[in-house]
Design a protein around this ligand. Sequence first.
Ligand SMILES: *[C@@H]1O[C@H](CO)[C@@H](O)[C@H](O)[C@H]1NC(C)=O
Ligand SMILES: *[C@@H]1O[C@H](CO)[C@@H](O)[C@H](O)[C@H]1NC(C)=O
Length: 392
Amino acid sequence: MWKTLLLTVVALALPVTEGAVLCYYESWAIYRMGEGKVTVDDLDPFACTHYLYAFAGINPDNTIKVNDPWADLCTGGGLCGYKKFTDMKNKNAGLLTLLSVGGWNVGSPAFSVMAATAATRSVFIMSAISTLRAHNFDGLDVSWTYPTLNGGAPQDKDNFVNLLRELEVAMTSDGMVLTISVAPTMEIASQAYHIPSISQYVHFVSVMTYNFHGPWDPYTHHHSALYPFINDTGNNLYLNANEAIRYWLISGMPAHKMMLGVPMFGRCWTLNGVTNTGYYAPASQAGPPGPWTSQWGYMSFAEICKAQKANGWTIAKEIGCNEPYTYHLSSRIWCSYEDTESVTIKATFAANEGLAGLMVWSINDDDAHGYYTGSKFNLTWTLSNTFNAATN
Ligand SMILES: *[C@@H]1O[C@H](CO)[C@@H](O)[C@H](O)[C@H]1NC(C)=O
Ligand SMILES: *[C@@H]1O[C@H](CO)[C@@H](O)[C@H](O)[C@H]1NC(C)=O
C-alpha cells in the first residue's frame, strides 16, 4: 500500500513531458561580417523551448560578470542584448530564457575559486539571482569546462555539487530553472562529476556530444558521430554520442533530465594528400578559418553550405555512418558536420532513449537566414519537429 501511494505521489510530481530544445546563442555572433552576422533580433522565438545566452563570466570578487556590457546591456547606448533576448517571451509566452555562465573563456580556475567555500558560492549565487531578476531571465545555465580539469582543483568535484545544491535552493523560490552542460566522455566525466548527486539539483543536463574528434587528431574522423565507425578500435570506439549517453545513463543521470547535444558546426582538417578522403585520412593541420567564425578547424553549418556553393566540393558518408563529411580536393579542406538528415536521426535517437530533448550549440551557426536550406534555422526546426513527432 505504501509503495502504491509512493508511486502515485512520484507520478504526480513528474512534469508533463514535452520535448525540450535548448539553444545556446553566442552573443558575439553580432560581430560577424555580412550574412554571417546573427543578432538577437534574427532569432526565432519558436525554434527552441529554452534559449541560453552565452556567456556571462565571473569577476575576481566571485560575482557574476556581464562579459560585454555594450552588447549585453542598454546603458550608454548599448545594444540591449539581455533585454532583447528575454523579450522574446513577449512573442512566445511559453519560451524560457536562461543566462549561461562559463564557457572556455571563463576558465576552470575562476569557477574553482568561486565554488571553493560556502561564502564565495553565496556571493556568486546572490549576484547571479539579482542579475537574472534584473533582466527577466528564467534561470541559469552553468557551463564549467570542467570541474577538477583545465586548471581546476581536486575538490571541485564536491564543490560543484555544493554549488548546484545551493543554487537550486536559492533559485527554486523564484521558480527559476537550473541547467548545466557537461563533458560527454567517461574519461572526463568520471573525474569531473558526481553524477547521481548533480542529477538531484538540475532541471536539465546538456551532454556535449560533439568535438569527439577534431584537428587535434592527426587524421580525419567525424566529430559528432552517433555510432562508431567500423574501423574504430581502442578508445575511438567510445567517442560517439551513443556511448556517451549510455555512460551518463548507467552512471545515474535519469533520461528525462538529459539533452542530447547537437552541433551546428563542423570540425575541419587540411588533408595531407588527395588519395585518402575518408575517415582516418592523414591530416596533420586544421582547416582554415571560416569567413565568419574565424577559428582554425571550425566552420558553422552556414559557412559549410556557403562554401559548397563553389565548384569542387564533394559530400560523402562513410559506410554505416549517418553523418556527412565534405571535402574540396584542390584546397584539401575536409569537414565533418551535420545536415538535415543526420539531425533527424539524432532527434529520433533522443526520443527513443526517452531523453528530455536536444541541445543545440549554437543556434547562430544554423542556417539563421535561410539562405542555404530554404528555411531559417532548418536544423534546429528539424530537431524539434522530429523529436515531437516521435514522442507524441
Ligand atoms: C577499414 O580498414 C581496412 C584495413 O585498413 C581498409 O582496407 C578498409 O578500406 C577500411 N574501411 C573503410 C570503410 O574505410
Ligand atoms: C530543411 O531543408 C530541407 C532541404 O533543404 C528541406 O527539405 C526541409 O523541408 C527543411 N526543413 C525544415 C524544417 O524547414
